[in-house]
Design a protein around this ligand. Structure first.
Ligand code: ATP
Ligand code: MG
Length: 397
């Protein structure tokens, strides 16, 4: 990468935010600043330039920093840029210098000039044409293709400053972290819950995580897998915690006291109840699960409804209408796929019946809840939870 000392970040959905724009912009800026504090060793200035966040430093930014910034919720795109005075000759010279430094292989390109300051004396089309001729003359391996170019050379002319850039990093978009509230995600080892978490992070929800750990009935490698997954999920957050809750004893009690076919459903019910207790403690507004309609037997409409009725908290299920292939594709996009495929014991399939209930009997459930109160067990499990904190300002847990 060329030695860029300026980054231009576009924030998604600001145009929808009316009077709250400033608040959203500030939230995004704070997250960016926190990452910079960890990964950039020099002073920086962060400023608003026509609703873009411009970050400047006397020394070049690293690829590592860019790789971290592109996961921040709310980022539409990031362009490492060269910043020059809005003077036509300077702009052309610096654009040529940049093309030279980038040292590209054979590629096609298109010049995209935008005059944000209409008083600038040269029209955008003239800048496009001029550079479109000059570049191939000086760098014959680069050819103009206005229809389907490999690269865009962007020139944004503001009243005093002009930004020149050759590369765009696409962000995940959505809303800045924490803008819409705080949720507790039930994280398990499969494909689904990490994607559910990602989709809600994209919508501006900061999150803590809870994992029900059925040790010693499941191996220790399950916890390692969850910790590995957290390394991916923490990229979306300013700060989040993982609660690893010992759950084997509770599951044992449930398994012994219910009809075999109700085990999976009841494990899930008490996971949700325990999560609700924690959510209240940590001021989370609701729960996130990776439930997906009809994917497994515990996810029939009847079971999902029964679970909703058994918990006081709102449950967000952003995957409910997605197909498995769509979920797996997203897991590749956000790089959680290879962790999800690591084999693991599943706490819900532990003691699981061969034929789990599909249409639970509401009377049976009502009776069961009346006879069995696990509140103390759940509180005890929460008290014994191991807590890991992830903070974007620090390198390690
Ligand atoms: P995933 O791929 O996320 O593991 P799944 O397809 O295996 O999900 P289930 O096992 O039925 O589906 O679980 C549905 C949801 O319940 C999960 O997405 C997760 O949100 C929650 N869940 C299941 N097991 C656990 C657990 N041990 N700890 C925390 N949450 C869990
Ligand atoms: Mg699972």
């Amino acid at each position: 990468m060329t030695n860029y000392k300026t980054l231009v970040l576009s924030v998604d959905e600001l145009w929808l935010k009316g009077k709250n724009r400033k608040y959203y912009f500030k939230g995004f800026k704070n997250h960016v600043k926190a990452i910079i504090k960890r990964l950039h060793n020099d002073s920086t200035i962060c400023r608003n330039e026509s609703q873009k966040l411009v970050v400047e430093s006397p020394t070049p930014f690293t690829q590592e920093l860019i790789d971290a910034l592109i996961w921040l919720p709310g980022l539409q795109s990031l362009r490492p840029s060269v910043e020059v005075n809005s003077d036509y000759k300077v702009i052309i010279d610096e654009a040529m210098k940049l093309v030279d430094q980038v040292g590209l292989e054979e590629k096609t390109f298109k010049v995209l000039c935008k005059r944000k300051d209409k008083s600038f004396p040269i029209k955008s089309t003239e800048v496009n044409q001029n550079l479109g001729n000059l570049i191939p003359e000086n760098f014959p391996h680069l050819k103009v293709d206005v229809k389907n170019p490999d690269l865009f050379l962007e020139i944004k002319i503001y009243s005093h400053k002009t930004f020149i850039s050759f590369e765009t990093y696409k962000g995940i978009g959505g809303l800045p972290s924490g803008m819409t509230g705080h949720l507790l995600t039930l994280i398990s080892g499969g494909f689904d819950s990490p994607i559910a978490s990602f989709l809600m992070a994209k919508r501006g929800c900061s999150q803590d995580y809870i994992f029900f750990y059925a040790y010693p009935y499941v191996g220790e490698e399950v916890k390692d897998k969850i910790l590995l997954m957290m390394e991916k999920l923490k990229r979306f957050h300013y700060r989040s915690r993982l609660y690893v809750v010992p759950f084997g004893d509770v599951q044992n009690k449930i398994a012994k006291s219910c009809h075999t076919e109700y085990r999976t459903l009841l494990f899930r019910k008490y996971m949700l109840e325990c999560s609700s207790l924690l959510a209240k403690d940590i001021n989370a507004h609701g729960l996130i699960t990776g439930d997906n309609l009809g994917q497994v037997s515990s996810q029939t409409l009847e079971n999902i409804t029964a679970l909703d009725q058994a918990t006081s908290m709102s449950i967000f299920r952003p995957l409910v209408g997605l197909n498995k292939k769509e979920i797996i594709k997203m897991s590749r996009d956000i790089d959680t796929h290879d962790i999800s495929t690591i084999p693991h014991d599943d706490a819900c399939s532990l003691f699981a019946p061969d034929a789990p209930i599909l249409r639970p009997d509401p009377n049976y459930l009502e009776q069961y809840y009346k006879k069995n109160d696990f509140t103390q067990d759940l509180k005890q499990a929460l008290a014994e939870a191991e807590v890991y904190t992830f903070d974007c300002r620090r390198n390690n847990i």
